[in-house]
Design a protein around this ligand. Structure first.
Ligand SMILES: [Zn+2]
Length: 451
């Protein structure tokens, strides 16, 4: 019998942990962390104790208490006994936090299957983030069209368009027919063709079921709904109509957006200033030629911004070894201040203190190329606007979502015609009911048969 259990991503956007069992075969699809994990019990100064392994998480039901899943050392102080792994494999759809982060808790004996590009993102994160450690699993990389047999099931990853490269959906052949898992996807990015491929391959399978994301299944869409192309056009209009500096912020792993701002800088005879961390990520991703990204060391459009650290004198020893690689492309706050009309600069919210050193002219621009705040009481949003007002900067909100608009979900489902839908990665499962298909409303930790 084929059954599915959903340990995360239920009634929430992200944190997907989907267990598929076919007889004795057990495979997880994604093993991510919820964005608000533990927020009912932990807050900035009150956090889960590292010394207690998974104990503090189990106390509040923040992780599924399953045998044969977690690494031995993290179970030491818990009442869950360690046993050898009982999971055959974990497949990761893409390298977003809410799909991969909890693999750090998994038994390192469990093989992890990822796209080649996803592995590069993970390598870069391990190098540049202090607490990032995905452990020494047997990692096996795949590409679109591969067929990976895990005992009684066969998994076919197919690329999709999302706000990170190397994102995949899956077609899973089981003993009771084919299931699909959509991962996260969209059709309004630069690579609509990838999602089209996924849909046409899914159509050919006569799906028993699809586990489908529904991030944008909302009663009324209040957010602006731009495509990547529109974001590029609107941002380009800002850059071409000013002699001031233009700052932009976007999700650090959204390479389409990075490419958008790179291209805008280039088209306007400006240079793009990025952080050493972004430069490191870019050079790691050069390992996948298909991503077609600029090389920060050899591309004249790219400059790398170094903050004052330790000595305050921009000395090599002030910086991590991985940061030093880009010092040939180094610029500092003085350079940025003196060349404002010639630059577009990546500047995320947490680096805003650099504005104090850069001293941008009044009337400079800031493009917020990320989701709008979820509530009007968003404290960070208020702080961000205080900074922008202080420096007399003009604010622009231009973002294209990484997820299908609900009209596109309807059209995707109408093309694929699955016999059953399991809504995941959504706060509004019930909205799937307007589709004329069998909808299985899911609850966390409950098991559902395929048929
Ligand atoms: Zn995602």
């Amino acid at each position: 019998m084929v059954v599915l259990t959903f340990y995360g991503g239920v009634d929430e956007i992200g944190g997907n942990k989907i267990l598929l069992q076919d007889g004795d075969t057990k495979v997880f699809f994604d093993f991510g962390q919820s964005f608000n994990m533990g927020s009912n019990f932990f807050t900035s100064w009150l956090s889960a104790r590292r010394v207690n392994g998974l104990g503090d998480y189990f106390e509040f039901g923040l992780l599924p208490k399953l045998k044969g899943v977690y690494t031995k050392e993290l179970l030491e102080f818990t009442d869950l006994p360690y046993v050898d792994p009982e999971v055959d494999a974990v497949f990761l759809s893409h390298a977003h936090f809410d799909h991969i982060e909890h693999i750090k808790f998994l038994d390192p004996e469990i093989p992890i299957y990822v796209g080649e590009g996803t592995k590069l993102f993970m390598n870069a994160a391990e190098k540049t983030s202090t607490f990032c450690n995905y452990r020494k699993h047997p990692y096996r990389t795949f590409r679109t069209g591969d067929k990976i047999n895990i005992n009684s099931i066969s998994v076919q990853p197919i690329h999709v368009d999302h706000s990170i490269p190397a994102a995949y959906g899956f077609l899973i052949e089981t003993s009771e027919g084919v299931i699909s898992y959509s991962g996260d996807l969209r059709v309004h990015g630069t690579r609509k063709d990838l999602t089209t491929d996924f849909v046409s391959k899914a159509c050919a399978c006569e799906l028993e079921a699809i586990v489908c994301e529904g991030t944008r299944m909302v009663e009324t869409e209040k957010r602006k709904n731009y495509s990547e192309e529109q974001v590029a056009q609107l941002s380009s209009d800002v850059v071409s109509s000013t002699d001031n500096i233009v700052f932009a912020t976007h999700y650090s792993r959204d390479m389409d957006r990075l490419r958008t701002f790179y291209q805008i800088a280039k088209n306007n005879s400006r240079q793009l200033v990025i952080s050493p961390k972004t430069a490191y990520l870019l050079s790691t991703l050069l390992g996948d030629k298909r991503l077609d990204l600029p090389d920060p060391l050899n591309d004249d459009t790219i400059l790398v911004y170094y903050k004052r650290k330790k000595s305050g004198q921009f000395e090599e020893k002030d910086y991590y070894v991985w940061e030093r690689e880009f010092m040939d492309k180094m610029v500092t706050h003085d350079f940025v201040h003196n060349n404002q009309s010639k630059l577009v600069m990546d500047l995320d919210f947490y680096q805003f203190a650099e504005l104090i050193d850069i001293k941008p002219d009044a009337g400079s621009h800031f493009i917020h190329s990320m989701s709008e705040p979820f509530s009007e009481e968003d404290v960070e949003d208020e702080v961000m606007h205080n900074w922008l007002d202080h420096f007399k900067m003009k604010f622009h909100q231009y973002h294209a979502s990484g997820h299908l608009h609900q009209d596109h979900i309807t059209s995707l489902i109408d093309q694929i015609k699955p016999k059953k839908i399991f809504p995941i990665h959504t706060e509004n499962q019930q909205l799937f009911k307007k589709l004329q298909y069998t909808i299985q409303i899911i609850k966390p930790g409950e098991t559902y048969s395929l048929r």
